[in-house]
Design a protein around this ligand. Structure first.
Ligand SMILES: Cc1ncc(COP(=O)(O)O)c(C=O)c1O
Length: 458
């Protein structure tokens, strides 16, 4: 039944999309999908064909709540006309210009805007196209900085168990997830790992655990003592480990890492690919936790995911050592991508930052966080739940594993999809991070569907 002309048009275009998609469904073989069980997906595809606000639609015309903002990337909601218009306009004006030895105004305008959002003195922005590229770029900036000041013996990188820093060789080497490493036997040497901040005794904690931060951070001190005071180049951490299940650091943890880094001239890098752009309630987790790193990586919500883009925000002293410390008329940093600072991505990002500002979305994320977490913690007594944790608009519910860890989580995301919620799972944890524009009633709807799906296992 349709009531208005607009609804009728919507209805017809939905049918057209469905028909077209069903036709396309007949040949899914050629696309080798990332981080996907290709064989089962192609037998039972779950295709999305449209998005608007907090919702996406599948190829059968069914509406789903996007409970993970895609992959933590769409805080403003899907298909924002302002972003689409900015990209469209840019592509008709200047679709591309070489980022090497040439520039276009928007990349500089964007860098100024980003530098104003990152903590002082992280004022220089290097562009990439993905979080993985941002991480590998950050590693190369660390190396270039140490080379420029005659400290290349500082070549040990410190990361963490259960870390996720993307999939390029640098990020894979820093990664602390077994499955993401075990087939890739030639990653970088010279990376060592602290313990994860997740400890089995802490369950059902909203926000930061109160205890144990310093003790865990002292792992970095032990590494310094093991390799020598002058060998550690950088310590990479996600302020909240996102992809491995929203592991919120205990109070004092990030602060203690900062202290040790200062003491031993180690660069502290916050990988804010998930936590950046308001997810914690502040622009960056660095501000939320009041700890200033030397480098911040960002991506995803930088363009509301409407264009691929990432950035690395760098402390003035690092930029000065590498750039101002080099000869004039010579390239200072032999690194960059064909699409670094792509005009369409810059246009998308500028339009996204405008939306964040105009709609005060970071504050909205902060204001909604209590309701959001409360709603999920309402599932705490469910017999299938092993843990719930979260901070800001980022949370995880961990299911009790069956005899094969990860199997139930994988099945859970399929059942949720079929029941009307898209949520990313990692192992047995469901990672919940809705767009900041979500309404309280929609949070209730989402939690209600999650509960129904949990009940379907009983
Ligand atoms: C903390 C962190 N770093 C890096 C990445 C990699 O980003 P991308 O998938 O855009 O390469 C991710 C992706 O989720 C991430 O969460």
């Amino acid at each position: 039944m349709t009531n208005t002309l607009t609804e009728a048009v919507d209805f017809i275009s939905e049918i057209a999309v469905t028909m077209e998609q069903n036709y396309l469904c007949t040949d899914l073989e050629n696309h080798w999908m990332p981080f996907t069980d290709n064989k089962s997906f192609k037998q039972e595809p779950r295709l999305l064909v449209r998005g608007e606000g907090i919702y996406v639609w599948n190829d059968k015309g069914e509406r789903l709540i996007d409970g993970s903002s895609g992959l933590f990337s769409v805080p403003c909601g899907h298909c924002r006309p302002e972003i689409a218009a900015a990209v469209h306009k840019q592509l008709l004006e200047l679709d591309y210009s070489s980022p090497f030895l040439r520039g276009h105004p928007k990349s500089f305008e964007l860098a100024n805007r980003l530098a104003a959002m990152t903590p002082e003195p992280l004022n220089h922005i290097f562009y990439g196209n993905s979080g993985s590229e941002a991480v590998d770029t950050a590693m190369k900036i660390v190396m270039a900085y140490n080379y420029a000041r005659g400290q290349s013996q500082k070549n040990i990188f410190v990361s963490r168990e259960r870390a996720y820093h993307g999939v390029n060789i640098g990020g894979t080497s820093l990664g602390g997830i077994v499955k993401n490493r075990e087939a890739f036997t030639s990653v970088l040497p010279g990376v060592t790992y602290m313990r994860s901040t997740a400890t089995p005794d802490r369950k059902f904690i909203k926000g930061q655990p109160a205890e144990g931060g310093e003790e865990l951070a002292n792992d970095l001190l032990h590494i310094v003592q093991m390799y020598g005071e002058n060998r550690i180049a950088a310590c990479f951490v996600e302020p909240i480990a996102g992809s491995t299940g929203v592991l919120v650091p205990p109070k004092g943890y990030l602060e203690r890492l900062r202290e040790i880094c200062d003491q031993y001239d180690i660069l502290l890098v916050f990988d804010e690919v998930i936590t950046g752009f308001g997810r914690t309630g502040s622009a960056f987790a660095a501000q939320e936790f009041d700890v200033t790193p030397d480098i911040i990586t960002m991506a995803k919500a930088m363009t509301n995911a409407a264009q691929p883009m990432s950035g690395v925000a760098v402390h003035d002293r690092i930029y000065d050592a590498v750039v101002n410390g080099s000869e004039t008329d010579m390239i200072e940093f032999f690194h960059g991508y064909t699409y670094s600072g792509h005009p369409a991505a810059c246009a998308a990002s500028l339009a996204t930052l405008d939306i964040y500002e105009k709609e005060n979305l970071f504050q909205r994320a902060r204001d909604l966080s209590g309701y959001f977490l409360e709603s999920l913690f309402g599932l705490q007594e469910h017999p299938l739940i092993a843990d719930i944790r979260g901070y800001g608009m980022l949370a995880a519910i961990e299911l009790l594993a069956d005899e094969r860890p990860g199997r139930r989580g994988h099945d859970f995301q399929k059942r949720l999809f079929d029941a009307g919620v898209h949520i990313k799972t990692t192992g047995d944890a469901a990672l919940i991070a809705p767009p900041f524009i979500i309404e309280k009633s929609e949070i209730d709807d989402m939690s209600g569907i999650i509960r129904e799906v949990l009940d379907s296992y009983l």
